[in-house]
Design a binder for this molecule. Structure first.
Ligand SMILES: Cc1cc2nc3c(=O)[nH]c(=O)nc-3n(C[C@H](O)[C@H](O)[C@H](O)COP(=O)(O)OP(=O)(O)OC[C@H]3O[C@@H](n4cnc5c(N)ncnc54)[C@H](O)[C@@H]3O)c2cc1C
Ligand SMILES: NC(=O)c1ccc[n+]([C@@H]2O[C@H](COP(=O)([O-])OP(=O)(O)OC[C@H]3O[C@@H](n4cnc5c(N)ncnc54)[C@H](O)[C@@H]3O)[C@@H](O)[C@H]2O)c1
Length: 486
C-alpha cells in the first residue's frame, strides 16, 4: 500500500459489522464526489431524489482538485513562460524574466477554490447532502461513514453509486518510497522550481508535466521502460512527440527502469537505472512518479455488498454500469472506464438513464482524448496500428500542419493531421491531430463521425479562414490535389 500519496487510500476502520442503529434512508447514496458521481447527484437531486454524497477529501473529485484542471492551469502558465522566452522571435524584448512558483501555485489554488465553491453550491442548490468523510459498504445497500469530524453514520440507499476514482502509486523499487517522491498531487503544489526533476513514466501525466516544468525552468529527465513513448500511438506520432521533447530540451531515457534510489526528493537524489543492459546513475533534486494508477476499491467493503472486482481491483460492471450486486452501480476510473473526465461524464449519463429505467449503454462509444502538450495531440477513433491489427482496410489522409494557413500565419507549424477513411463508404473511422488547437479541431471530425458523414462532407463544407479547423478541408483534399497543396 502506498503510504506516500496524499490521495490517501480508504482507511479500513475497526468496525466490521452493521451497528444496531437504524440506518438513515436515501433514494441514492453515492461514495465519492468525482465527475460521474457529482453530475448524477445534481441531476437526480434536481428531480427530487433524496441523495447523500460522501466525499473524503476532494469536493468535486480529482479532476478539479488535483488532476485535469490544475494541471491545465500549470500547463497554461508554462505556455506563457515559453512565449516569454521567445519574445525576441516576436520582435519584443524584456529583461529579467523570472518565474515565481509560489505565484504560479497561488493562481492555480484560486482556480481550484473557485471550482470547489461552485461544486459545493451545486450540491446545496440541487438538494444533495454532501457528507465529508470516508464511506465504505457494510452490507447490501448499506454504507457506513466515518465523518471527517469523527462521527459514525449508517446510510441505506435504495440505489448505491460508487465513484471513488483511482490514485497514483509508488512502486516498491528499493529506496523509492523512502526518497519521498512527488506524485502529481505534490507536483501541483510545488512552491519552487526543481533544479533537476526526474519523472518516472512518460505517459500522459509524465509528458504533460515534463513539458510544463521544463518551460518553467527545470532540467527535466523522463524515464520510461517502453522502447518508445506513447506506444499505443502510430510510430510516426511517437517520433513526432519525441522530436518535440528534444526541441524543448527534455532528456529522455527509454527502455529504462530504476533499480534503486537513494537520497531525498526535494533535496538530493541519486537513481541507479538499468537501461538496455547497462547501468546509469542519475543525480537530481526531485522525483515525480507517474508510472501507475490503481482503483480506490481497497477498504471499500465491497465483499460485504456482493460487489465483485477484477484482477486489477476495478469494479466489474456491465454495459449499463451495474455491478454484480443488485442496485449498486459504479462510474468513472473505479469502474475501469478509460481514465478521462469526459468518459466519466458519459458514465453519469449511462447511469442516470438506466437507474431511471432506460437502456443507455457504454458499448461501442467513441472516447476521444487530448494530450495537453503544446502543441496538443488529439485522437478519436482508430489509428493505423489498431486498424491493421483488426484487419480493417482504410484510406489514409495525412497533412503536415505547416500546410494549414492558420499555422502558416502564426508560424507554429509543428505536427500533422491524419485521417483514416473506410474505402467503401468514405466514412471517417479515425482522426489524429498533433498541432495547435488539436483538441478543438478533433471535435469537428468527431461530430462528422457521429453523424456518419462521408469525409467529402468536410471538403464540401465552407470552413472559416484562417482557422486550424480549415485544415480539415486541406487534409481531405490532400489526396486529390496533394502535390499542389504541399
Ligand atoms: C495529473 C492528471 C491529469 C489529468 N488530466 C486529464 C485531462 O486533462 N482530461 C481528462 O479527461 N482526464 C484527465 N485525467 C484523468 C481524470 O482526472 C480522471 O479520469 C477523472 O478524474 C476520474 O473521475 P472519477 O469520476 O472516476 O472520480 P475522481 O475524480 O477520481 O473522484 C473520486 C473521488 O472519490 C473520493 N473517494 C475515494 N474513496 C472514497 C471513500 N471511500 N469515501 C469517500 N470518498 C472517497 C476521492 O477523494 C475523490 O474525490 C487526469 C488525471 C491526472 C492524474
Ligand atoms: N490529457 C489527458 O486527458 C490526461 C492527462 C493525464 C492523465 N490522463 C489519464 O490518466 C491516465 C493515467 O496516466 P499516467 O500518466 O499516470 O499513466 P500512463 O499509463 O499513461 O503512463 C504510465 C507510463 O509509465 C511507464 N512505466 C510504467 N512502469 C514503469 C517503470 N517501472 N519504469 C519506467 N516506466 C514505467 C509506462 O510505460 C507508461 O508510459 C491516463 O491513461 C489517462 O487516461 C489523461
Amino acid at each position: 500500500m502506498d503510504s506516500r500519496s496524499q490521495e490517501a487510500h480508504v482507511t479500513s476502520t475497526a468496525v466490521q459489522t452493521t451497528p444496531e442503529v437504524s440506518p438513515e434512508k436515501y433514494d441514492l447514496v453515492i461514495i465519492g464526489s468525482g465527475t460521474g458521481a457529482k453530475l448524477s447527484a445534481w441531476t437526480l437531486g434536481k428531480l427530487g431524489w433524496r441523495i447523500a454524497v460522501i466525499e473524503r477529501q476532494y469536493i468535486g473529485g480529482a479532476c478539479n482538485n488535483i488532476a485535469c484542471l490544475p494541471s491545465k492551469n500549470l500547463i497554461y502558465t508554462a505556455q506563457i513562460s515559453s512565449y516569454a522566452h521567445r519574445l525576441k522571435e516576436f520582435g519584443m524584448e524584456a529583461t529579467n524574466l523570472t518565474v515565481n512558483m509560489s505565484g504560479v501555485r497561488e493562481r492555480k489554488r484560486q482556480m481550484v477554490n473557485g471550482e470547489i465553491e461552485g461544486d459545493s453550491n451545486l450540491f446545496r442548490l440541487t438538494g444533495g447532502e454532501l457528507i465529508l468523510g470516508v464511506g465504505r459498504m457494510v452490507g447490501p445497500k448499506l454504507v457506513e461513514v466515518i465523518t471527517n469530524d469523527g462521527k459514525k453514520r449508517l446510510l441505506e440507499g435504495t440505489q448505491i453509486l460508487i465513484g471513488t476514482g483511482s490514485r497514483a502509486v509508488i512502486d516498491e523499487t528499493p529506496g523509492l518510497r523512502e526518497s519521498n517522491p512527488l506524485t502529481h498531487i505534490e507536483a501541483l503544489e510545488l512552491g519552487i522550481i526543481p533544479d533537476h526533476l526526474v519523472i518516472l513514466g512518460a505517459g500522459y501525466v509524465g509528458l504533460e508535466f515534463a513539458q510544463a516544468m521544463r518551460r518553467l525552468g527545470s532540467r527535466v529527465t523522463l524515464i520510461d521502460r517502453g522502447e518508445r513513448i506513447l506506444k499505443q500511438e502510430d510510430p510516426d506520432v511517437s517520433e513526432a512527440v519525441l522530436d518535440l521533447l528534444r526541441y524543448e530540451g527534455i532528456e529522455l531515457l527509454l527502455e529504462a527502469t530504476v533499480a534503486y534510489v537513494s537520497g531525498e526528493s526535494g533535496k538530493q537524489v541519486s537513481l541507479t537505472i538499468d537501461q538496455s543492459g547497462r547501468q546509469v546513475t542519475l543525480n537530481a533534486t526531485h522525483i515525480l512518479v507517474t508510472t501507475k494508477r490503481i482503483p480506490n476499491t481497497d477498504g471499500l467493503g465491497l465483499d460485504s455488498a456482493g460487489v465483485e472486482t477484477n484482477a486489477e481491483g476495478y469494479i466489474r460492471v456491465n454495459e449499463h454500469l451495474q455491478t454484480t450486486a443488485s442496485g449498486v452501480w459504479a462510474v468513472g476510473d473505479v469502474a475501469g472506464t478509460p481514465k478521462f473526465t469526459h468518459a466519466a461524464f458519459h458514465d453519469f449519463q449511462v447511469f442516470t438513464d438506466n437507474v431511471s429505467g432506460g437502456h443507455k449503454s457504454t458499448e461501442g462509444r467513441l472516447i476521444p482524448f487530448c494530450l495537453f502538450l503544446d502543441p496538443e495531440l488529439a485522437r478519436v477513433g482508430l489509428n493505423e496500428t489498431e486498424a491493421k491489427a483488426r484487419g480493417i482496410k482504410y484510406r489514409l489522409f495525412k497533412l503536415p500542419i505547416g500546410v494549414v494557413l492558420r499555422a502558416r500565419a502564426t508560424m507554429e507549424k509543428r505536427g500533422f493531421m491524419k485521417a483514416l477513411v473506410a474505402p467503401d463508404s468514405g466514412k471517417i473511422i479515425g482522426f489524429l491531430s498533433f498541432g495547435a488547437n488539436a483538441g478543438e479541431v478533433m471535435a469537428a471530425v468527431q461530430m462528422a463521425m457521429i453523424a456518419g458523414l462521408p469525409y467529402i462532407a468536410l471538403t464540401d463544407a465552407i470552413l472559416t479562414h484562417p482557422t486550424m479547423a480549415e485544415g480539415l478541408k486541406f487534409l481531405f483534399l490532400s489526396q486529390l490535389t496533394g502535390s499542389e497543396i504541399t
